[in-house]
Design a protein around this ligand. Structure first.
Ligand SMILES: [Zn+2]
Length: 330
């Protein structure tokens, strides 16, 4: 286990395929990107292996199933009652294909097996149904039902879920005690960067979005690394995100070196100061311009490797970091 005064790189990925993209694209509209994403995942795992990366893959529960029959068997009795009912993933149940081969963007049991059998990769939860924790109409009882369904889906793979990522980063503080009751050790909190999700009004969300977009390239909002002591030990540990790895942009191609440079300098700072840098993205962000995105990732990981040599910086997944905080108690 890493020493307290060495920097730590945390990587978490929100693994959702079409379940997180439903209100942007139809399943057919997502298919090309979904297939590319599926092909990119083993390549991401290869890079993680090559560079000794321990990562958390927070997966939507529906993806754990091999086929429709099994999923339908495990659908809870109580479903979320969103005011905007189209946001419910359950509205898609009737259109599901038979199995992963027929519907590769909504089932992914083989990928769950592939990821969980790769050393140092943790499967975490992104809820059962890509549950939106601050959406109007839903409530804590619905959330509890969703959590239990996610746990049951993971048991199909003999997995125990310890790390949690809120869909759309809609962290709901009232739900945190329930997470720890259900056996979770940690969740990913939001970064200090302005967040559009915290604001209801669509006009007002524009500024945080623009600010974050600009910051990805210029980095005027700071490094966003933090010391270990800022993580408060407790039944449920918050491991805040530092930065979103924005996907490669063909139109802003000339700014890509700036974006990667910003991440590398944040990593250097974390390594020098013995702090944490928590990078996150979705595998489907690599479902377009896959080669360019993987090249960018490799540049980041190569830099991490250098920092590992020079400063003994280490890589931890969320569950490992949270268990480490538990250690003094045992
Ligand atoms: Zn999501």
């Amino acid at each position: 286990m890493p020493c307290d005064n060495h920097g730590i790189l945390i990587i978490s990925l929100d693994f959702e395929l079409h379940w997180g993209m439903r209100d942007h694209l139809s399943v057919d509209g997502f298919r090309g990107r979904g297939l590319e994403t599926r092909a990119a995942i083993p390549r991401i795992l290869d890079l993680f292996q090559e560079y000794g990366i321990h990562a958390t893959w927070a997966a939507v529960g529906f993806l754990f199933f091999d086929n429709r029959e099994d999923l339908l068997e495990d659908i809870p009795d109580k479903l979320p009652n969103y005011v905007r009912s189209r946001l419910s993933a359950y509205s898609e149940l009737l259109s599901l294909g038979r199995d992963e081969e027929e519907d590769p963007c909504r089932f992914a049991a083989s990928l769950i097996r592939r990821i969980s059998s790769t050393p140092h990769q943790e499967i975490g939860s992104h809820t059962f149904s890509h549950y939106l924790c601050r959406e109007k109409g839903q409530g804590i009882e619905d959330f509890e039902v969703d959590l239990k369904a996610a746990k049951k889906a993971a048991q199909r793979h003999q997995l125990e879920l310890k790390s949690f990522v809120f869909p759309r980063n809609q962290v709901n503080p009232e739900f945190l005690p329930l997470l720890s009751e259900q056996g979770y050790l940690c969740y990913r909190g939001n970064s200090r960067l302005p967040s559009a999700e915290k604001i209801e009004d669509p006009v007002q969300t524009l500024w945080p979005r623009l600010l974050r977009l600009a910051d990805s390239y210029v980095g005027f909002l700071g490094f966003n690394t933090y010391p270990m002591k800022q993580i408060v030990p407790g039944p449920l540990v918050n491991i805040p995100a530092s930065r979103f790895l924005r996907p490669y942009s063909a139109s802003l191609k000339w700014l890509e070196p700036l974006k990667i440079g910003k991440i590398r300098s944040s990593l250097t700072r974390a390594a020098r100061k013995g702090e944490i840098f928590h990078l996150w993205w979705h595998p489907h962000n690599f479902g377009r311009h896959t080669d360019e995105n993987l090249r960018n990732l490799e540049k980041i990981l190569r830099h991490f490797q250098k920092l590992n040599r020079d400063y003994q910086m280490t890589s931890c997944n969320m569950g490992e970091l949270a268990s480490r905080l538990e250690e003094p108690k045992t």
